[in-house]
Design a protein around this ligand. Structure first.
Ligand code: S3P
Length: 176
């Protein structure tokens, strides 16, 4: 595999899409956002898929996509917040790619979610979203901790991208 994929995981609104696009441009790789690809293929937003078809169907679509993308190379893949918590998805994408987990505090996540008004996040459409963020982060802590962590606090996306580029050149990928 001459151009192993780079996979970004992490909680909602940790900057996966923004950083993923910058990273793809720097590496000369193609960019894929799993939420956007699923939404484009189904012709519905992720929020509408959750509401109309249910979360289980969305998770099945993610699993199919993981197998499909694992057969490709030269991609930066920004994944939905739960995508890589599914062991099958992580095994598939980890086989041909290098994974990084972006990390932010609940306060930063909430701040970004409230600014990101063009994206609806069905899991946070609850009366007390910050509480939900804290609960979900707690539930998912162990899952995210399996991947190398990149703290995003007080860094602009370009700095996070450069930090990831630095790690990759210092420690070239061992995948498979
Ligand atoms: C989800 C995160 C969302 C999207 C869906 C579920 C999650 O993606 O896949 O709403 O379970 O964390 P982002 O992390 O890109 O917001």
């Amino acid at each position: 595999m001459s151009k192993p994929n780079i996979i970004l995981t992490g909680f909602m609104a940790t900057g996966k899409t923004t950083v993923g696009k910058l990273l793809a441009a720097r590496l000369g790789y193609s960019f894929v956002d799993t939420d956007e690809l699923i939404a484009a293929r189904v012709g519905m937003t992720v929020a509408d898929i959750f509401h109309d078809k249910g979360e289980r169907i969305f998770r099945e679509m993610e699993a199919e996509l993981a197998l499909e993308l694992a057969d490709k190379e030269g991609l930066v893949i920004s994944t939905g917040g739960s995508f890589m918590l599914n062991p099958g998805n992580a095994a598939a994408l980890g086989r041909t790619g290098r994974v990084f987990c972006l990390v932010a505090t609940p306060e930063e996540i909430m701040e970004r979610v409230s600014k990101d008004t063009h994206v609806r996040r069905p899991l946070l459409e609850v009366p007390n979203p910050i509480l939900r963020v804290v609960e979900l982060l707690h539930q998912r802590q162990e899952g995210y901790a399996r991947f190398p962590q990149m703290v995003t606090s007080e860094k602009i996306p370009e700095e996070i991208t450069s930090a990831l580029m630095g790690i990759m050149s210092a420690r070239p990928a061992v995948v498979g």
